[in-house]
Design a protein around this ligand. Structure first.
Ligand SMILES: *[C@@H]1O[C@H](CO)[C@@H](O)[C@H](O)[C@H]1NC(C)=O
Ligand SMILES: *[C@@H]1O[C@H](CO)[C@@H](O)[C@H](O)[C@H]1NC(C)=O
Ligand SMILES: *[C@@H]1O[C@H](CO)[C@@H](O)[C@H](O)[C@H]1NC(C)=O
Length: 181
């Protein structure tokens, strides 16, 4: 081996070692951030669900800093809110559901709007408190849905209640996440 290829080998080794160290360090801190999001006791509903959900979402796991991780965690809430809003949209003509449609539709349109605002506010460090309250206020909407259809026995209502309980988990996750900034 010539000395220049030796030198090249050494440099490559150092560079890969640095990359390795950096990735293990950021992996450890990702786990810590997820832990503290899911340990946030103010709204904590289901810690297992929180940890499993965040750990299974690639944009959370691959986030290179806390702010990016928090944004990805809030995106998860937005995704579930949109999914539920479109489920509700499909119930407009459901005979047993018709009279609850307007309230449920408006509630989920509001939740999507709240998450959208929160997400935009996260881009501006001065608006973090507003982001946090926008996420929190969505609990008024989920409560309204639960109060209105919680005792119904039809399939659509029951499914929407299930999705609403999961929505509350995502509200807790989003709130715990924003608290990390
Ligand atoms: C989260 O809580 C668990 C125990 O419930 C504890 O072991 C862990 O250190 C906590 N993590 C953080 C980041 O606070
Ligand atoms: C929490 O979430 C996990 C994973 O989704 C689920 O298996 C468990 O039943 C939930 N626990 C409660 C108390 O809701
Ligand atoms: C659902 O609510 C939103 C906001 O109030 C409204 O713009 C939309 O037209 C409603 N959707 C249906 C299908 O009524």
């Amino acid at each position: 081996m010539t000395s220049s290829s030796n030198c090249f080998f050494l440099i490559s080794l150092v560079v890969s070692l640095l990359f390795f160290l950096e990735s293990t360090l950021s992996m450890a801190s990702t786990k810590d951030v997820i832990d503290s999001i899911c340990n946030d006791s103010f709204l904590r509903h289901n810690k297992t669900f929180c940890v499993e959900t965040l750990t299974a979402y690639p944009p959370v796991v691959s986030a290179t800093n806390t702010v990016k991780l928090v944004k990805a965690a809030v995106d998860l809430g937005m995704i579930h809110a949109k999914k539920t809003a479109s489920f509700v949209a499909g119930l407009e003509k459901e005979p047993t559901f018709k009279k609850y449609f307007k309230m449920c539709n408006e509630s989920y349109i509001s939740i999507v709007g709240n998450f959208r605002s929160a997400r935009l506010e996260l881009d501006d460090s001065e608006s973090i408190d507003t982001a946090s309250s926008d996420i929190l206020v969505s609990l008024d909407n989920t409560q309204m849905v639960k109060d209105t259809i919680g005792k119904n026995t039809d399939k659509a209502s029951k499914r929407l209640i299930e999705m609403t309980l999961v929505m509350e988990e995502f509200i807790a996750i989003g709130f715990g996440a924003v608290n990390q900034i």
